[in-house]
Ligand binder design. Sequence first.
Ligand SMILES: *[C@@H]1O[C@H](CO)[C@@H](O)[C@H](O)[C@H]1NC(C)=O
Ligand SMILES: *[C@@H]1O[C@H](CO)[C@@H](O)[C@H](O)[C@H]1NC(C)=O
Length: 254
Amino acid sequence: MCNKKLIVFNVFIIYNFAVFTTVRGKPKLPSFIKVCRRSDPHLSDCIKNSVENLRPLLARGIPEFDIPSCEPLCIPEVVIDQGSGAVAVRSTYRDIKVYGPSKFVLKYVKIDMERDRIRIKLWLPRLELTSRYAMEGRILMMPISGTGTSRGNYSNIDATVIMQGQRVHKDNETYFNIKDFYVDFNIGHATIQLDDLFNGDKELGEAMNLFLNDNWKNVANEIKPVLEDTIASIFKKFSNKIYHKYPLNLLLPK
Ligand SMILES: *[C@@H]1O[C@H](CO)[C@@H](O)[C@H](O)[C@H]1NC(C)=O
Ligand SMILES: *[C@@H]1O[C@H](CO)[C@@H](O)[C@H](O)[C@H]1NC(C)=O
């Protein structure tokens, strides 16, 4: 089941959302949350453990908190519009379903309260994606066009996320605002399948899919910056929805 209204990508956002959702203005912490204090000398480890504890809940969703399941994770739309370079395509992906995100392994979490910076490294063994796609342009000099279903398997993914925040004062409260959201990822291996390329021309479509899979690394490297920016901007927007709603003292008590 996919809830299209909520785009919940980020385990930390989900974590914050679950911890700090208020009931009639009065903060109430659910029992499954392990709260971390800012003064904790092992704050980063504390948050890492809290997130690990949440994993099974993230996978099936937390209806009480309006948190949808992240197995699969649903993304309504991603547009990649790249005008020049080796991959010059305009492509739109809709109804994206991502299977596997709850299998994340947190490798490193660092919260720097002095510089208002959060740094996360995680590893994903495997993601399986399905979506509807529409595409037009050129990939490594080859013209490509099509509309249909796309599928992809991505494995051995390393990701680094850096959130640079700032503190904002409003109504005598201090809030956290994410100023910059930076995502970097590396995919170990990928296989992709685009159905109905070239108006359903079987031969051309098969040839193109072979070509794309043979060259997946080049293609991925070309669209990586766009994809990273796209993911980062969605994450940033969503994080700030939460951060702007709850004062910092609630999110991370002293
Ligand atoms: C902010 O704090 C000041 C001084 O304590 C108080 O007079 C004012 O009413 C407060 N404003 C809000 C919006 O709570
Ligand atoms: C992805 O993996 C599944 C099985 O794990 C397989 O059935 C499917 O064909 C694969 N898809 C692609 C595009 O490689």
